[in-house]
Structures are given as C-alpha cells and as structure tokens.
Design a protein around this ligand. Structure first.
Ligand SMILES: Nc1nc2c(ncn2[C@@H]2O[C@H](COP(=O)(O)OP(=O)(O)OP(=O)(O)O)[C@@H](O)[C@H]2O)c(=O)[nH]1
Length: 337
C-alpha cells in the first residue's frame, strides 16, 4: 500500500519511474554499534537498547537523487527521484559466521563499522572485507577490485567516538588528527563536543567518525555515499565526460585493511570526488562502466517495510547485473528468512 501510494505520488510529481533501490551491507564485529548506527541513519535518533541482531535485519532509508539536489547529483533533464537504500545490518556474532553469507547478495556498497575504543575491531575489518569479497554477489560492480577483491565502493565508520574521547585514547585510527582533536577537546578549547566534526577525509583519517549512542554521525557524508551508489547503479551511463570522479591513474597503496598500515594505506590513493569535501574509499568507474546497459527497470525490488521493526523482507533479486567476485559468475538468490 505504502509502495503504491509512494509510486503514484512520485509519478505525479516527476512524471517518470519513481523508485529504485540500492543495497548496502553494514558489517563489523559484534557490539561495535551497527544496529545503533543503522537506527540512527534510518530514524535520525539514537536507540537506547538495541537488540542483538539475529542473523540480519534490514533498515530502509529514503533518499532522493536528481536536479533539486546539488548539481553533482543531477540527472539530465529530469526531476528529483526517490530511491530506497537498504541497510543490511549483518550480525557480527560468531554464531552466524557459517550462514551469514546468505545475506551477501546483490550488494551495491558496504559500510564497515568498528569501535574506536576497541582497536581489534578495526583490524578485523580486513577479515570482513575478505569474507564478503569471497562469498558476495555484487550489483553494478567496479571494474577493478578493492581490498581483498571487494568490487564495490565502501566507507569505514569508527563508532563510539564518545568513549574514545572520554578515555583520552588516540582511538583505533591511530591517527594524529584524532589525537590532536581529542586533546583539544580535553583542554576545553572547543565550545562543545556537539560541534566537533565527525568526519575525517579519506584517505588519511581512517574513515568517518560516529557516536551512534549520542546520535552523532556525518549525515551528509553518508548520504553522499548513498547517492553515489544510486548514481553508479542507475545513472552510470549518464555520467558526463570527464566524470565527476577523479580519474587520474589509480594507484593503490595497498589492498590491506590493516591496523599496522598507515591510514593512508587503508584507502586508494589519488581517488577522490572532485568538488566533494569528502573522499571515499572508492575506485572511479572504468570507462567501460559508463556504458553499462542501464537496468531494465527502475523498480527492481519492492521494499516491504520502512518501519523500525527491521523485519527481513523477502526479496526476489532481479535487475542489474550481479556477479560474484570470486568466480565472476552470475548468482541469483531468493532470501526467505
Ligand atoms: N558509548 C557508546 N555506546 C554505543 C554506541 N553505539 C552503540 N553503543 C552500544 O554498544 C552496544 C552494542 O550496540 P549494537 O548497535 O547492538 O552493536 P552491533 O554491532 O549491532 O552488535 P551485533 O548485533 O552483536 O552485531 C549497545 O549497548 C549500544 O548501546 C556509541 O556510539 N557509544
């Protein structure tokens, strides 16, 4: 019902196909705050007592993409359109280790979450990246693979910035900027912690910062990431040339998400959004990707719920290409949990 209303409304407003959907996996060790973060992104508020995730839960965030946004989001000759961003919050508990790859299907992007007060949770992101790359099936994959063969864009969020700041630790990013900011905060040199920027640019800062419990995260950066995924999936053939991506030769410093490496080495060098205040851990599309056949429809899936219940919808996977990075063959999967 909601979908139909939404569809009609949108058609009336935009005169075109109203919706599409992108899927984002949210992964990281148990307890780092994935559920809290997804709740914050979807509802705009913190959750006091997040339930432990059983298997996987899905939150749905509404996003728009089109002319009334910033010019970088423009769709030529079209109005703003509605999209759904599915946030698949995969349990980090070892109990689900053997079966969680069930949820690694039709992935458009990944949000890696770690706990700034627990350094090992950042180290284990490499394990998560490897697991997803090996077992995942991807939608609108990048031409070249990222860490551990991960072929879709991702961002890294260091959560629990409140604890890290209180403890006066350097935070698991091991980054001098973090340390300096925390020192400044400790000295009371900033008016209030609310005004602290919760972002660090890629590369160099090790990712975005968040304090999900205090409802703090960089909404703008996260929404930009979502819109970039929408653009890649639905409008990659409409990218103007030269692309808004910086396409200077991609030089990878490393494929490791390793704590021992410098933060610069966690992401790709020379990869940025020109004009964007943020830089993401993403690769620019290869020229061939700009010519990808657009998906046959902008209605690849019908979201079932936008509520807080996080019930796992049954999705029949259709739409744009889907590949497994490990064997480069197509996978189709119906999830019924
Ligand atoms: N201090 C602090 N606590 C947080 C923050 N975010 C989450 N928590 C707490 O950390 C605990 C775990 O949070 P969850 O959101 O359930 O973590 P999760 O990563 O989804 O855990 P799994 O479901 O086991 O994978 C809860 O008690 C949260 O209240 C934060 O920013 N600061």
């Amino acid at each position: 019902m909601f979908w139909r209303d939404r569809e009609r409304e949108s058609k009336e407003q935009n005169g075109g196909p109203p919706c599409g959907q992108v899927r984002v996996l949210v992964v990281g060790d148990s307890g780092v705050g994935k559920t809290s973060l997804v709740h914050l992104i979807v509802n705009g508020s913190s959750i006091a007592r997040p339930p432990q995730t059983i298997g996987c839960t899905v939150g749905v965030k509404h996003a728009t993409y089109g002319n009334s946004g910033s010019s970088s989001n423009s769709i030529k000759g079209d109005a703003e359109r509605d999209f759904f961003v599915e946030l698949w919050d995969v349990s980090g508990h070892d109990r689900y280790k053997d079966c969680r790859s069930l949820f690694y299907s039709q992935i458009n992007g990944v949000i890696f979450v770690h706990d700034l007060s627990q350094r090992r949770t950042k180290t284990s992101l490499q394990k998560w990246a490897a697991e997803i790359a090996a077992n995942g099936a991807f939608s609108a994959p990048l031409g070249s693979e990222g860490p551990f063969g991960l072929p879709v864009p991702f961002i890294v969020i260091g959560n629990k910035a409140d604890i890290a700041a209180k403890e006066g630790t350097r935070g698991s990013s091991g980054n001098l900027v973090d340390a300096a900011r925390q020192w400044v905060e400790k000295q009371g040199l900033l008016p209030s912690s609310e005004e602290l920027p919760l972002t660090e640019s890629f590369p160099g800062g090790g990712g975005l910062l968040a304090a999900a419990k205090e409802a703090r995260y960089d909404k703008e950066a996260v929404m930009k990431f979502f819109r970039m995924l929408i653009r890649r999936r639905y409008f990659s053939d409409e990218l103007p040339a030269p692309t808004p991506w910086s396409v200077s030769p991609v030089q990878r410093a490393s494929h490791r998400l390793d704590e021992n490496l410098g933060d610069e080495e966690l992401s790709y060098k020379n990869t940025s959004f020109s004009g964007d205040p943020y830089k993401y851990n993403v690769l620019p599309p290869l020229p061939a990707q700009r010519n990808l056949t657009p998906p046959p429809t902008l209605y690849p899936q019908q979201p079932v719920s936008v509520s807080e219940s996080y019930s796992l919808p049954r999705f029949s996977i259709t739409g744009s290409q889907e590949i497994s990075s490990s064997n480069a063959r197509s996978k189709r999967l119906d999830i019924n949990v």
